[in-house]
Design a binder for this molecule. Sequence first.
Ligand SMILES: [Zn+2]
Length: 163
Amino acid sequence: MNRPDHDRNALIQRQPQAAAILTPRKEYPDIRGTVRFYSANDGTVVYAHVSGLPHSSDKCSQEFFGFHIHGGKSCTGNSDDPFSDAGKHFDKNNCPHPLHSGDLPPLLGNNGKAISVFLSNRFSVEDIIGKTIVIHSKPDDFTTQPGGNAGKKIACGVIRAVR
Ligand SMILES: [Zn+2]
């Protein structure tokens, strides 16, 4: 049976082809989340479900978080940047930011919870298996090189094939 492409609910009820379980930075211990990747006719559908993001009761609090696939293969690092081994934004084509293959729409927090579903034709599921997905502390400004001035890496997950 052919499912219509616009039937998002049908899509996200399928088993994804790859997924990443997020690990929080020590200073952000409440962050939990899973990012699932589905092969679609037009590219890859990304479905992120995250909780425990930083938030405050201030009605004007900043709750956009930069979100990227990075080219490194490990969520390890050093005391300054515990996910430094996630490396730079994944990019197949030597493009500037925000035209990297791994540049994604920022997450929007809602009292710490974010759900985002979108399509990207910049990568296939095969392209990103073994790479990392990172949530940043600040919004992506979509201008500054090479990372959009998105601040610290506050959560990271290795993208693994789902079998
Ligand atoms: Zn980028």
